[in-house]
Design a protein. Structure first.
Length: 258
């Protein structure tokens, strides 16, 4: 839980150094730095968001709805951490917009900026963005259909990855892959798996660490911890713990079937 400050459209403060205002795309899953997600947009508020970020060459913030928080004015409150997103391959498919979301820098929400209109259920037929904008443009010309966030960028992870720790982590991940392959009675070439993992994570840097994290960390609580991490060792520990839990599940399954 965290205290949520909701700003009215006429009370948005001047930005301090390191702060920015971004659109927030609130979803039921998170996106870690370096990860990708194929997105389909059909709601007018997010179509407006895509128009704005495309025209202004800006990112948006990918955040997840926090179900433990009460709704504010009918819209859900997100967790206070998220990932900035750049988009590519934007294309129209009927009335939908499709694109690839690329996770970038982590950020923390300082305040939420309310949308110009309250959420409304449109069933299967959505009005156009222009039709909705006409409902508020006179009274709130700077308003938006989507929630925005006053945010600050979370600094890069402190510390360096030790070679021995990186090697041990990759060996543990390889062990999990081999266990999954054996459980599914897949023919495996241990040499190929070892080399594929080594080639995929040939450099021990932040980019590779987040790439590995996105493959392994799948629980919401753990993803939130990862986004809040300040030191390399914190993220290494989170990844290792997640792999160990997966291996323990496999061991328990095998024991129950003996």
């Amino acid at each position: 839980m965290y205290d949520v400050e909701v700003l009215k459209l006429d009370a948005i403060p001047s930005l301090k150094e390191g702060q920015m205002i971004v659109p927030l795309f609130t979803l039921d899953s998170l996106l870690l730095p370096g990860d990708q997600m194929i997105m389909r947009v059909f709601e007018p508020r997010y179509k407006q968001m895509l128009d704005d970020i495309t025209l202004n060459d800006l990112p948006y913030g990918h955040v997840m709805s926090n179900l433990s928080m009460p709704e504010i004015n009918g819209w859900s409150v997100p967790y206070d951490v998220g990932t900035l997103v750049d988009i590519n391959d934007l294309q129209e498919q009927g009335t939908n917009l499709l694109y690839t979301a690329n996770g970038g820098k982590r950020f923390r929400i300082l305040s939420l900026i309310e949308p110009a209109l309250k959420p409304e259920s449109f069933d299967e037929i959505f009005p156009s963005v222009d039709e909705l904008v006409q409902q508020y443009v006179d009274s709130a010309p700077s308003g938006k259909l989507y929630v925005r966030g006053l945010i600050e960028i979370i600094p890069k992870l402190e510390g360096a990855i030790e070679s021995s720790e990186w090697s041990n982590l990759l060996m543990l991940w390889v062990s999990y892959i081999k266990n999954i392959a054996e459980m599914n009675e897949m023919e495996i070439n241990e040499f190929d798996i070892d080399n594929e993992v080594k080639n995929m994570f040939s450099t021990q840097d932040d980019e590779s660490l987040w790439k590995l994290a996105s493959l392994i960390i799948d629980s919401i609580d753990t993803q939130i911890k990862a986004l809040n991490a300040t030191h390399v060792n914190e993220l290494l520990s989170i990844i290792e713990s997640s792999i160990q839990k997966k291996l323990n599940v496999i061991r328990s399954f095998r024991q129950s079937n003996e």
